[in-house]
Design a binder for this molecule. Structure first.
Ligand code: FAD
Ligand code: DLZ
Ligand code: SF4
Length: 507
């Protein structure tokens, strides 16, 4: 008899573990355990999504005739770790073999590597085939390249998948990338679509009660029905997203007061939990383009996020060992408490953190250019920032969170992932949003008490790291602008940056 362990982010009908097992002879274990629930202080909505989706998936498997042993956190006995949960089951039902699909996080893979010795039976770790490219093929693509750049990886993936490619193998519209068309600010029109919500069922109600009870001291609001937790809900979310994707491209980089979702798809949690496959999502979007329902800049921009960025960061997590500590810029400031409370006069940070606490969600440009950019130019400790990102988002899993935080946002990976840091002053945020209009700080000012902190910190960042970045061609304009300033102005900006860093906690 074989035991198949299914993890909380492996909720796919196509999971290799299910293909390996025999429904009549073998059985499945799923377990809610303290180690996974507490290894970072997860947002309570993420805990809800995870446990509710796990319970629904276990029910689906049982209805399909699988024998499932489900160990809930509100059950008769509670387990500290997945190993302990498996051990309890193995003690009752001796097994010949344990089967598991490789976990997405290195820490768990390392733990499972000891299980064969521990349990005294073979432990088979299957390749996770739910991505569009295997880790071996990614390594073959990456090996020997001087720089690993997403754009080249993406073009290669377009050709591999045939997505948005013409019959004679050219990119649709004769252009690989329509990013230049995707930078419009949103000024209230067209109206943003309302998110698709679901009616909570009895499983949701029970999980919500358990979260209230056992994670009362946790961070974040819980709203059952806000995110898909079943395959049917995930399919409905995909249909909803595709039918509202026409403006995705235009306003991809926009931000606005009180608009947490804008035109984003909200599909990341369903994708990362395994409720949707990346290929089906991309095919649905490509189909909408060919049926003239969405423009090419929206379809291309969206598909690039999935077959480009999503697959790229997963490859890099393993290939560059981004699970190891990174601090390429030698930054050591503590995370200010407003990353949790939202209580800061910086309206952009306030908006981003407040919606993060309410929904476990902020869209990409808020993560990258508000909290990420601030953490970069304020010299926050990258590992503390990474732990924050891993904690606060419903879609956060290390394989996707660490490359995005440490590589893309913080340049802490020594620049292996992006050619230049995404450092920006308040001018960028002002261009892309209406945040500055209602902010206590003055976005046009760089020095003085009410000057936008992003400005002083930005110039200070450029000066502090000029030995490293001045010769970077892609930062030439930034340094030319710095050089246009007088000696006195540069000194004032440096001092402003130093003062801001000294009083980060009170901004
Ligand atoms: P949309 O904007 O609608 O994009 C569509 C899909 O593309 C997403 O659902 C997602 O699957 C994929 N995608 C888009 N950008 C990325 C990216 N950079 N990397 C990987 N996939 C991408 N995404 C996560 O899934 N989990 C994380 O823990 C995570 N942490 C991040 C941390 C930082 C510092 C930054 C800058 C980005 C992070 N992202 C993460 C990427 C991105 O912000 C989210 O995928 C996106 O905001 C999810 O919202 P959405 O589904 O509405 O995305
Ligand atoms: C995120 C999460 C949480 C909060 N809890 C559990 C759990 O109790 N049991 C489980 O099997 N998986 C959980 N997960 C998902 C795992 O953390 C995830 O599978 C690993 O991080 C590997 O990506
Ligand atoms: Fe953010 Fe500065 Fe704009 Fe305020 S003025 S919202 S701190 S960028």
């Amino acid at each position: 008899m074989q035991l198949g362990l299914i993890l909380g982010d492996q909720l796919s009908r196509t999971l290799p573990t299910l293909r390996r097992l025999n429904r009549d002879r073998d059985f499945i274990v799923m377990a809610e355990v303290w180690a996974e629930a507490r290894y970072v202080p997860h947002h309570r909505q993420k805990l809800f999504n995870c446990f509710s989706a796990m319970r629904h998936f276990a029910d689906t498997l049982a209805s399909a005739g699988w024998r499932v042993r489900y160990l809930p956190l509100d059950g008769a006995r509670v387990y500290a770790s997945l190993r302990e949960a498996v051990e309890a089951v193995v003690t009752e039902n001796p097994v010949d073999r344990i089967v598991v699909t490789e976990p997405g996080e290195h820490r768990l893979l390392t733990d499972i590597a000891h299980w064969e010795t521990h349990f005294g039976c073979p432990v088979e770790v299957l390749e996770d085939t739910r991505f569009l490219i295997s880790l071996t093929d990614f390594a073959a693509w990456a090996d020997g390249r001087k720089a690993l750049r997403m754009e080249y990886f993406y073009r290669w993936m377009r050709q591999r998948t045939g997505l948005l490619m013409t019959e004679d193998n050219r990119p649709e519209g004769d252009q690989w990338n329509f990013d230049a068309d995707n930078r419009r600010a949103w000024r209230g029109d067209p109206p943003t679509p309302a998110p698709l919500l679901f009616e909570p069922d009895s499983i949701d109600q029970r999980v919500a009660a358990m979260i209230d009870d056992q994670f009362a001291d946790g961070w974040g609001d819980v709203q059952p029905g806000l995110w898909p937790v079943t395959r049917a809900q995930a399919e409905a979310s995909l249909n909803h997203a595709v039918s509202h994707l026409d403006c995705f491209g235009d306003y991809q980089d926009a931000m606005a007061n009180g608009e947490p979702w804008l035109f984003h798809s909200r599909l990341s949690s369903a994708l990362n939990q395994g409720l949707l496959s990346p290929l089906e999502v991309c095919e649905a979007v490509a189909d909408a383009y060919y049926r003239d329902r969405i423009p090419l800049n929206a379809a291309e921009g969206f598909i690039r996020q999935i077959i480009g960025w999503r697959e790229f960061v997963r490859g890099l997590y393993w290939h560059l060992r981004l699970y190891e500590p990174q601090n390429g810029l030698d930054h050591h400031q503590n995370l200010p408490t407003y990353f949790w409370s939202g209580e800061t006069r910086m309206n952009c940070v306030h908006q981003t953190v407040t919606q993060t606490r309410a929904y476990g969600y902020a869209h990409h440009i808020q993560r990258l250019m508000v909290t990420g950019n601030f953490a970069l130019i304020a010299e926050l400790d990258p590992e503390a920032v990474s732990e924050w990102y891993l904690s606060v988002y419903v879609d956060a899993y290390q394989w996707v969170e660490r490359p995005n935080t440490l590589g893309m946002a913080l340049h802490a990976d020594g620049g292996r992932m992006t050619s230049k840091p995404y450092a920006a002053s308040g001018q960028y945020i002002n261009r892309q949003s209406d945040y500055c209009k209602t902010c206590w700080y003055k976005v046009k000012e760089s020095t003085g008490t009410r000057a936008c902190p992003f400005n002083g910190l930005y110039w200070h960042f450029l000066m502090r790291h000029q030995d490293r970045f001045r010769s970077n061609g892609r930062m030439g304009l930034m340094y030319r602008n710095l050089d246009k300033k007088s000696e006195a102005e540069r000194t004032a900006l440096w001092q402003q940056g130093e003062q801001l860093i000294a009083r980060l906690t009170s901004l």
